[in-house]
Write a protein that binds this ligand. Structure first.
Ligand code: 13P
Length: 249
């Protein structure tokens, strides 16, 4: 069965609650499509107003992060149940910015992935190499390690529903999109890694996005690749361009 594309925006640390409502209202008619799942991952404080504004549309609201404990003395963190109670279905886990600026390790990512599944939230699990790693020729080794740790103790049935976002760090926010060949090569390698950990059926089911300076010009070729099932979009998800990316065909 063909995998349905999933195109997600990652708003990062942008948009106040009132700006979030305005942006959802602006983009609603532009991102209407039956062909792809459309997710807006927004700052925690924007989740509820964005969800209200998205009612009646195909937009699904997701979160950008979540903690791996149930609740308690973790000042500033967001519990899984806070997300499910608000109706959140997707959460980005292990974005490179969280790894770099907030010290998230592969082990943290794994704990968050397990916790998300426990609560019925689909994790969008991020991986990707630095420019130095690409130049050293260790891209696939590094990404495979990230994937293998992220999926520790995740069952095949859970893994089938997961989303992986391959985001080369050097392509994020730089305007440098990976070439279609580079993106397809790593996404195929990730799928092969999932087949090794689980089996072919799991590898065929899992959805793998590309992220890093995706724009309306690069999206069509990227999304036409056999192992690229959509995109995780930063900057371009904050403007009308996102409508063009979602309707890439
Ligand atoms: P840009 O699309 O702004 O490069 O961001 C990519 C990204 O990090 C999405 O998670």
């Amino acid at each position: 069965m063909a995998r349905k594309k999933i195109i997600a925006g990652n708003w990062k640390m942008n948009m106040t609650p009132s700006q979030a409502v305005a942006l959802v209202n602006e983009l609603k008619p532009l991102v209407a499509t039956e062909e792809a799942d459309v997710v807006f991952c927004v700052p925690a404080i924007d989740i509820i107003p964005a969800m209200e504004a998205a009612k009646g549309s195909n937009i699904v609201i997701g979160a950008e992060n979540m903690y791996f404990e149930e609740k308690g003395a973790y000042t500033g963190e967001i519990a899984p149940e806070m997300l499910t109670d608000a109706g959140v279905k997707y959460v980005i886990i292990g974005h490179s910015e969280r790894r770099e600026y907030f010290g998230e390790s592969d082990e943290d990512v794994n704990k968050k992935v397990l916790k998300a599944f426990e609560h019925g939230i689909t994790p969008i699990i991020c991986c990707g190499e630095t420019l130095a790693q690409r130049e050293q020729g260790v891209t696939m080794d590094f990404v495979r390690m990230q994937i293998k740790i992220a999926f520790q103790n995740v069952t095949a049935d859970q893994a089938k529903t997961a989303v992986i976002a391959y985001e080369p760090i050097w392509a994020i926010g730089t305007g440098k999109t990976a070439t279609t060949e580079q993106a397809q090569e790593v996404c195929a390698g990730i799928r092969a890694c999932i087949a090794e950990i689980y089996d072919e059926a799991t590898a065929e089911a899992i959805r793998i996005q590309y992220g890093g300076s995706v724009n309306p010009a690069t999206a069509p070729e990227l999304f036409a690749q056999p192992d690229i099932d959509g995109g995780l979009v930063g900057g371009a998800s904050l403007k009308a361009d996102f409508g063009k990316i979602v309707n890439w065909k």
